[in-house]
Write a protein of this length. Structure first.
Lengths: 45, 146
């Protein structure tokens, strides 16, 4: 299996990069979601 | 665009990259050529006349096909003395051995090489997607209090 992994290193690297790009495409909106208000419900002194 | 469509497009692109490397770019054939050269060297080392070894090509598999005159001892060995089957099956990358004449080999039916490549590409895509989720899915810090 390690021999096959070494032989397929180029397409695996490309697939990893495509996965990374898809992750950016799918989840980038989460980066700018509003911060939860942690002081809500508490009684400031 | 819906998230599952983005996922499908990304996965299809990753699988297409694997197929392009395996087929049109000749990566699969080169890999089998290297395995076959290694196997031929081992067969030559045994000095058995008339034994030929080829890798399965239609479809491409990591299975070596032996042919030629060999008795049971030469095929399977005895005790700690390995026969042709074991000598070829222990080459790194070869998944199984069978004989063209129907004698018993080592290793069962394996997936075609293209299927193995595509499965590995799908796993690499999922790993990349997971890393992308961890890296790009975190909320951006807007102040030192975040």
């Amino acid at each position: 299996m390690m021999t096959l992994l070494r032989a397929d290193i180029v397409p695996l690297a490309v697939a990893l990069a495509i996965g990374l790009a898809t992750g950016w495409w799918m989840f980038r909106h989460l980066r700018y979601r509003p911060r939860p208000n942690s002081s809500e419900g508490s009684d400031p002194q | 665009m819906r998230p599952w469509m983005k996922f499908t497009i990304g996965l299809a692109a990753a699988l297409a990259a694997g197929w392009l490397f395996h087929g049109p770019a000749g990566g699969g054939a080169r890999f089998l050529d290297a395995l076959q050269a290694h196997a031929e060297l081992r067969v030559r080392y045994t000095e058995l006349p008339g034994i030929r070894v080829e890798m399965e090509r239609a479809p491409m598999r990591r299975t070596a096909i032996l042919s030629g005159p060999a008795d049971d001892f030469q095929r399977n060995g005895m005790g700690s003395y390995p026969g042709l089957n074991e000598r070829i099956a222990t080459i790194p990358g070869i998944a199984g051995v069978r004989w063209a004449e129907g004698h018993r080999g080592i290793g069962g039916a394996r997936l075609p090489l293209l299927a193995e490549t595509l499965i590995l590409c799908a796993l690499a895509f999922l790993v990349g997607l997971g890393i992308g989720r961890l890296v790009f899915g975190r909320r951006k810090r807007t102040s030192f209090l975040d």
